[in-house]
Design a protein around this ligand. Structure first.
Ligand code: HEC
Length: 208
């Protein structure tokens, strides 16, 4: 399963490489490259960003589900606390992008949102409260492109992020042990849980 996901990810990144080579030519001038990154289509950024986020989610979810199947949510917490950061770090290196998950009501303090991530999350929440759809955010800053995509809570997440009705006392205890300042509780299915933040360094799309 993991193999399959990685193959798909690798194939799709090669496809992107060959497509872009025809259009873009390398140029070392800082100014020209900054302008070029402004020209990269939102759809190209969104496609790449979504494929990295989905690929990471699939691997993490596969590991989580396998652990829960064997040892219940308690074993799942071990996977999340020991694997989630390692996985985002290694995928970030493979793709040469910045990659993290964040949330206003975070569990791990390392996932605290920056001011700009917080404003995006708050704006999405306002839109959701008003019954409006939300979409990923793309920002460009001196050639660096940041793609932020929402993470919604699924039914399967409730055992660790839901209310006391769904999170068993032993799971609550284990979470408290690992994350004494945990805020990531009392979510309902469909709630905005947080975001994927993918940062494409300067020239990322020009060099592919
Ligand atoms: C087995 C328990 C468990 C399940 C099930 C679970 N999570 Fe988590 N989640 C955690 C733990 C533990 C962390 C802290 C991980 C870390 O240390 O990076 C976490 C962190 C997160 C974060 C990072 C932001 C933060 O709060 O630190 C997001 C986003 C998240 N979970 C979303 C989800 C979603 C969406 C699902 C369902 C698809 C889900 N989780 C299912 C235990 C779980």
């Amino acid at each position: 399963m993991i193999k399959k996901i990685l193959t798909v990810a690798i194939i799709s990144s090669f496809t992107m490489v060959s497509c872009n080579n025809n259009v873009e030519t390398k140029n070392n001038s800082k100014e020209v490259n900054t302008q070029k990154s402004l020209l990269v289509a939102d759809s190209t950024i969104a496609k790449k960003g979504k494929s990295i986020a989905m690929g990471t989610f699939k691997i993490l979810n596969y590991k989580l589900k396998s652990a829960i199947k064997l040892g219940g949510p308690i074993a799942g917490i071990d996977v999340c606390s020991s694997e989630a950061m390692k996985l985002t770090d290694s995928i970030s290196k493979v793709y040469n992008v910045g990659l993290k998950r964040t949330s206003i009501k975070y569990r791990n303090e390392k996932n605290i949102p920056t001011d700009s991530e917080k404003s995006i999350l708050e704006a999405w929440q306002t839109q959701i409260d008003g019954g409006n759809p939300i979409k990923p955010s793309i920002t460009r800053n001196e050639g660096v492109i940041t793609f932020v995509a929402p993470i919604k809570l699924k039914q399967q997440c409730i055992v660790c992020h839901g209310s006391d009705d769904f999170v068993s006392p032993d799971v609550r205890l284990k979470i408290k042990e690992h994350y004494p300042t945990d805020l990531a509780r009392n979510y309902k299915e469909g709630d905005l849980r947080g975001a994927w933040v993918i940062t494409f360094p300067k020239d990322y799309f020009n060099e592919q």
